[in-house]
Design a protein around this ligand. Sequence first.
Ligand code: S3P
Length: 444
Amino acid sequence: MTGSNKLQQKLNYQIQPGGRLTGHLRVPGDKSISHRSIMLGSLADGTTRVEGFLEGEDSLATLNAFRQMGVSIEGPDAGRLTIHGVGIDGLHAPQDPLDLGNSGTSMRLLTGLLAGQGMTVTLTGDSSLSGRPMKRVIDPLSQMGADIGSTAGFTAPLQIHHRSRLQGIDYLLPMASAQVKSALLLAGLRAQGETCVAEPAPTRDHTERMLQGFGYPVRRSGNRICLTGGGRLTGCDIDIPADISSATFFLVGAAIAEGSEMVLEHVGINPTRDGVISILKLMGADLELINEREVGGEPVADIRIGSSRLHGIEIPEQLVPLAIDEFPALFVAAACAEGETRLRGAEELRVKESDRIQVMAEGLQRLGIQADPTPDGILIQGGTLGGGRVESYGDHRIAMSFAIAGLRAKDPIEIADCANVNTSFPGFVSVASAAGLRIEEVVN
Ligand code: S3P
């Protein structure tokens, strides 16, 4: 096979209809926490030991970026890492651009983290990441004194130019985004004075929690989070829970497939991430949290779920940022529910790894479901899922969502362009087929 043929080959999923999900399962580690463990572990004084690290392409992109900046990291070995922190001012300028692949979290958080490091760095990514909006971090970081170059459309590649000390700001986020919030807090570590970020709605707070775990004071009052620059981080041990965003495919799959019964183990149920639990319960899911505990500053539980008859709902808008990555799978739940499900206030879904409103609407329509996109959401009429070929547009969560739709489909579903599932859920196909999904990979 020639190189160019190889490049054109795509990995597709073939799903045979029916089946049910059963058993106990621990899905891979939380992606958001995995990224942050590398970032803060690298900047800390001393050693950080990590367990449960997600060995997916996105978090590995962050890991490789820090290796390129001179950090010695042992592993990953079965989710274990030892990070030899270089201290808050110990990173070295990388020789080459940092290639962050498909990972928006890597690019946005690193832009903030590196803006005040006094070095010149270029950040690049794949075609999806190169189309995603970066103005949301460039604008506030420029206000802090950073010098960041981009394309005319404020997209990657980004050039972060050498700058002496940044100045803290007090910034109201124009959108609910944990990535932007985190970028500013990470820039604030190296800024003069206080950096405060106010958020229009609560978003995932892993950065704040983990900073505190590394001994860095973070103050929250109401919706405003502040820290003072110039402090140091102390290495620590981190136990990363299973990713609720990856568990979601099994929660929805078990809810829609008759005769299913699963326990998802050691799942992170941080209240800024648990919108999917609330939404599934509102839809009538038979779901229960067992053995709730706290592990390394993050709440964790086992989640038991059985199949049930779901019904359509109006999704409460305040739950949107708390379930932002779970909507593709929730749309499949809505397609299998009785009646209508309406989502509003979720325009952010249009700027994820793909335009998740458009792409899910298109795929569901292909499978015979009435799904009408709106500028900030979607209206889905529950119905009977047929079969056919749908496009994932290289978006990992779209691919896995249509895969679990097969559990309720009448005919086979082929899903195109699924290689990026490895960004967040390596081993998805074998884990899902062991649980009962009739899934196969096809290369063509
Ligand atoms: C993430 C924040 C969210 C989420 C993404 C991971 C993070 O993005 O969609 O998958 O780790 O901070 P936004 O900050 O753009 O909402």
